[in-house]
Design a protein around this ligand. Sequence first.
Ligand SMILES: Cc1cc2nc3c(=O)[nH]c(=O)nc-3n(C[C@H](O)[C@H](O)[C@H](O)COP(=O)(O)O)c2cc1C
Length: 250
Amino acid sequence: MEHQDISPAILYWGTPVVLISSNNPDGTTNIGPMSSAFWLGHGGVLGLDASSQTTQNILRTKQCVLNLASDNMADAINALAGTTGTDPVPEGKRPRGYRFVKDKFGIAGLTPRPSKNVACPGIKECPVIMEAELVTSHKMFGGRPAEGLILLVEVRILRVSIHENLRMEGHRNRVDADKWKPMIMMFCDLYGLKQGKIEHSNLADIEEEMYRPLSDLSGKVKDVHGDDEDDVVKDDAAEHVIGLVASNNQ
Ligand SMILES: Cc1cc2nc3c(=O)[nH]c(=O)nc-3n(C[C@H](O)[C@H](O)[C@H](O)COP(=O)(O)O)c2cc1C
């Protein structure tokens, strides 16, 4: 197959849909759908329009909750699409027909779920809920006319909560990827991963706990329901972190 050069207006090749809840200055909660997100260790990087209510709320409160949408939540996502919690609607969003909506939970038929570590609630219907705090933010498109229109917002995950049917059997702290059906946004449309796993990946042969050094060990969920295996490996990982820190300090 030959390749052809093209110039697409957007490069949204496919990322999971995240509903970010954050608190407004008046104490109510906003929900902003987004999908420019990726995760490393227990950190997340979010690409956010600087003019969004979500962005302003995160910068002001230094907190948010990241709720991952599953592939059966298209109605809620479509109800939120084209809305903003900013009144009046920011100039940049007006040509695209955005409208102000105050009650995002109401319009999307979603239910708040109280958080433990942050003031804003999560979203009960989302199978994955992550409470987060702001680490830092950077302006994207440096040196170009669009500089600062999008912010890269780094957050630290403080707590991960999942619908119990997503847990891997016999493990306290693992997700069964075969059961997780994320909503994926590709070129502004909504997709699922209906075909499931294509093939076993060699990367998956590496023990998952080996990645914990990049995570926040103090945030481990410790109440083990009969999966000693996870705990033993965690201890190894803790030693590995101590080793890493020691070698960095030499
Ligand atoms: C499925 C979906 C994905 C989106 N992805 C992003 C994104 O990655 N980054 C972003 O800034 N806006 C994204 N948007 C647009 C925001 O939702 C939009 O800016 C909205 O006004 C934010 O709401 P807020 O102003 O109340 O925070 C997305 C919208 C939808 C429906």
